[in-house]
Design a protein around this ligand. Structure first.
Ligand code: SF4
Length: 214
């Protein structure tokens, strides 16, 4: 774990991320808050590309909780059986759709606690929805952000909650909204788990990681 970078280094890093990609976007396809919740819930231990492939057909027929209930668990399972853990995920999607219809008038609630009370929705999923749909500076820490945060010292921490707190505490306010996507994209395409692309990394001179791949 690298030690926490100082304010000036973090500001310089995010200025470079912003210059390279001013409006970073998540890669999970969705058409409304509900389909975003479903897509994120389906994405645990699966790739965004794999989820998108399955949800294109699914969301064409079921883009609301009521339509999902009408489709039924077998119809849902047919669409998502290429995704890992699909049986458990299908059960959760049906249960959360039922709760949304019965308790929230078919709408998706937008507090972290209410989102986390839904089956299959953890803190990370709730933060993705709050950030991507509601524009709240909520920081969903996935495996990429955890790795990048600790290697670079942008937001080091021994567990995901510590990394989430470090992002909130150390990343300047003007970068908070997009921090999640910049860090994910950096981890996914440059600061990869094995063989990070340090030679072409745009923050190489600011990164203190001792085992750079040069
Ligand atoms: S220099 Fe290497 S280790 Fe540091 S952020 Fe870039 S890719 Fe990651």
């Amino acid at each position: 774990m690298s030690k926490q970078l100082d304010y000036h280094a973090i500001r310089a890093i995010f200025e470079r991320f912003r210059d390279a990609e001013p409006e970073p976007k998540g890669e999970l396809e969705h058409v409304n808050a509900y389909t975003l919740v479903v897509a994120v819930a389906l994405s645990a231990q699966a790739t965004d590309a794999g989820v998108n492939k399955a949800t294109r057909g699914l969301f064409a027929v079921a883009d609301t909780p009521q339509k999902m209930l009408d489709l039924g668990i077998e119809g849902l399972t047919d669409h998502i059986k290429t995704i890992g853990l699909y049986r458990q995920k299908a059960k959760n999607v049906m249960k959360l759709s039922r709760i949304l219809v019965d308790d929230y008038g078919g709408e998706v609630p937008n507090s972290r606690a209410a989102l986390q009370s839904l089956p299959g929705v953890g803190r990370k999923t709730a933060n993705v929805v709050l950030n991507m749909w509601w524009g709240m500076p909520a920081q969903a820490v996935d495996t990429h952000i955890f790795r990048v945060g600790n290697r670079t010292g942008i937001c080091p921490g021994k567990d995901v909650i510590a990394v989430e707190r470090a992002i909130e505490d150390h990343i300047p306010a003007d970068f908070q909204n997009h921090a999640h996507h910049w860090l994910i994209l950096h981890g996914r395409y440059t600061c990869k788990a094995r063989k990070p692309l340090c030679k072409t990394c745009l923050i190489r001179d600011l990164c203190p990681y001792e085992d750079k791949n040069l």
